[in-house]
Write a protein that binds this ligand. Structure first.
Ligand SMILES: [Zn+2]
Length: 460
């Protein structure tokens, strides 16, 4: 009797234990199964994508779809190449691409049937982008073999219209790497707009200007003295020219290095760091759920000359292009940017809309009065330095930059800016890696991109 009771107690405990375990498993399964499915060990799901919903551009142009068990990409090879980093190539190599990050939606995974459920249980989803494939194709070609990125967005709605990253390739003839083409395809799987940061050079002077305007009420009345060379504690900082006596606005317009070196040294490390970080430097920023490569401002161990160079956009300064685009959105909008996005809608291939994106703000980067002063200075740059003829009828506010990268390589050429005309609410960033002077390398691409957007898009 005693033995039987012992045994039944044991069985009872065993049963309860099993039930608890099973309940826990079912709970975990229902919560996490889709997560488990998309773990790296199940990489083959997206690396051999043969099924799934469509991705279309803002005008309905098909960027990828499934036909007879195959993923078929845009008909136009220029569009295929231009949107490669956004759409992906059906493998997991471009990790920020939509076919990687939204594989669950595109393939329509669900808990009951898993993948590939027959109609009407099929949960494949189509994704509509904000990008204009044709604009992307034209802008991508304008790089003429150079590396870099060009992005443009509507700073009122957040919709990205153009986003290209170079180098790229045609998904139908994937590159085979050899020693000879190593340089051509350097970083080809990286979307440079999202996942890389670059030496900013003089575009950084916008941040130094903001730091100055925020910290000193008399900023606009102060004059600086540029004699081409300035020595800080025995270390030299040099300017392109001898600008003589020069104020902040003209300093920005002529991009005088001594002005911005002096400002950084005058304000000191603590104020510079505090002011620069207000813009999102050294922080994680997400766009459409993707963590951008961080923009960095690091003064650790900096000498006085290093501090001066940091205000000029050299030293250890790094800027992420998409973050820079948000900053342009901030100056266009009185200090608070609308966040950029490129997923417009997600809907079931059978019709029901699941998700529609809408504008959201990032938070204040800079106070309105300071933002508006910088906007006026950027407008002055275009009028008096770059020339309005580059951007006919667009009222462009801009800043160019030439980021010295060392190692005997040509510097990075930048131009960043926006149209102050709210009927053409476009902000833009163009970076040409090792392109030389910003105005000569990135300037013509920006001019071409904006004219193309004006001609192609519904924003006219
Ligand atoms: Zn100077």
């Amino acid at each position: 009797m005693k033995n039987t009771r012992k045994r039944s107690r044991f069985l009872y405990l065993f049963l309860v234990g099993s039930l608890v375990g099973l309940t826990y498993f079912i709970y975990e399964f229902s919560i996490n199964s889709s997560y488990w499915v998309f773990q790296p060990f199940n990489k083959h799901l997206s690396s051999q994508m043969t099924d799934g919903g469509k991705i279309i551009d803002k005008n309905g142009v098909i960027l990828v779809q499934t036909k007879n068990g195959k993923r078929v990409y845009a008909e136009n090879p220029d569009i295929r190449k231009a949107i490669l980093h956004t759409v992906g190539d059906g493998s997991t190599l471009i990790s920020t691409s939509i076919q990687c990050r939204y594989v669950q939606e595109i393939l329509g995974y669900n808990l009951i049937t898993g993948f590939g459920a027959p109609e009407p249980l099929n949960r494949n989803k189509d994704i509509k982008l904000t990008l204009d494939g044709e604009v992307c194709a034209k802008v991508s070609n304008a790089f003429k073999g150079k590396k870099g990125t060009a992005i443009a967005y509507n700073y009122l709605t957040g919709e990205l219209i153009c986003s290209v990253s170079l180098p790229t390739y045609d998904v139908y003839s994937k590159p085979v790497f050899t020693e000879d083409n190593d340089g051509i395809y350097e970083g080809v799987y990286i979307n440079r707009a999202l996942s890389a940061s670059f030496v900013p050079g003089s575009i950084f002077k916008l941040f130094t200007t903001a730091a100055m305007l925020n910290s000193r009420n008399d900023s606009e009345n102060i004059t600086f003295e540029c004699n081409k060379i300035k020595i800080y504690e025995g270390e030299k900082v040099t300017c392109m020219k001898n600008h003589g006596r020069i104020n902040l606005q003209t300093g920005l317009c002529k991009s005088c290095d001594i002005v911005f070196g002096d400002i950084a040294v005058e304000l000191g490390k603590d104020i510079m760091l505090k002011e620069i970080e207000k813009f999102g430097f050294n922080k994680e920023i997400k766009v459409d759920g993707i963590s951008l490569s961080r923009s960095k401002y690091d003064l650790e161990g900096a000498t006085k000359a290093d501090l001066a160079w940091s205000g000029i956009g050299q030293y250890k300064d790094l800027v992420n292009p998409m973050h820079m685009l948000m900053v342009m959105g901030a100056f266009a909008n009185g200090g608070t940017p609308v966040k950029p996005f490129f997923i417009k809608e997600i809907r079931l291939s059978r019709g029901d809309t699941i998700f529609i994106n809408s504008p959201s703000v990032y938070g204040e980067m800079v106070k309105k009065d300071v933002s508006d002063k910088i906007k006026a200075m950027m407008r002055n740059n275009t009028k008096n330095q770059y020339g309005d003829s580059m951007f006919p009828g667009m009222k462009i506010c801009a800043k160019t930059g030439t980021g010295e990268v060392g190692e005997g390589k040509e510097p990075n050429g930048w131009i960043v800016g926006f149209s102050e005309d709210r009927k053409f609410p476009i902000a833009f960033v163009v970076l040409v890696e090792n392109g030389g002077f910003g105005i000569k390398s990135a300037g013509p691409i920006a001019s071409f991109m904006l004219k193309t957007i004006k001609a192609n898009s519904t924003i006219k």
